[in-house]
Design a protein around this ligand. Structure first.
Ligand SMILES: [Zn+2]
Ligand SMILES: [Zn+2]
Length: 119
């Protein structure tokens, strides 16, 4: 028996799957856990939709808007909003593609999914 055992209690965020300090998670109705960081990004996504406030960059890889190379046909730098169980994620093109591949179950049957060649 190890008497020096140090117990760290973390609660797993449903959205980013990271273990968080219990003080940093919000318990949503329905029992899902949302960490402060994901909540912050959800608010940024809401502000983008409601007020056109551009978030600082990609929530997944941390790429800043200024550093993005990708520009769409309108000359804008695309950010992708993905709803996940009622909470929005803000992703750059690369992370968005990776996310769509991971969530083929969601997107496969959509026209968007077919355009991404999801099998
Ligand atoms: Zn999270
Ligand atoms: Zn990214």
């Amino acid at each position: 028996m190890n008497l020096n055992c140090h117990v760290v209690i973390t609660e797993k965020c449903h959205y980013c799957s990271k273990g968080r300090n219990p003080h940093e998670v919000i318990h949503l109705p329905g029992g899902k856990l949302l960490c402060n960081r994901c909540y912050e990004w959800h608010r940024r996504a809401m502000n983008l939709l409601a007020k056109g406030e551009v978030p600082p960059g990609c929530q997944e890889c941390g790429l800043k808007i200024e550093a993005m190379q990708e520009v769409n046909a309108r000359g804008d730098k695309p950010l992708y909003l993905h709803p996940k169980d009622g909470v929005y994620q803000v992703l750059c093109g690369k992370c968005s593609d990776a996310y769509v591949q991971k969530r083929a179950d969601l997107y496969r049957s959509t026209q968007y999914g077919r355009s991404q060649k999801l099998i």
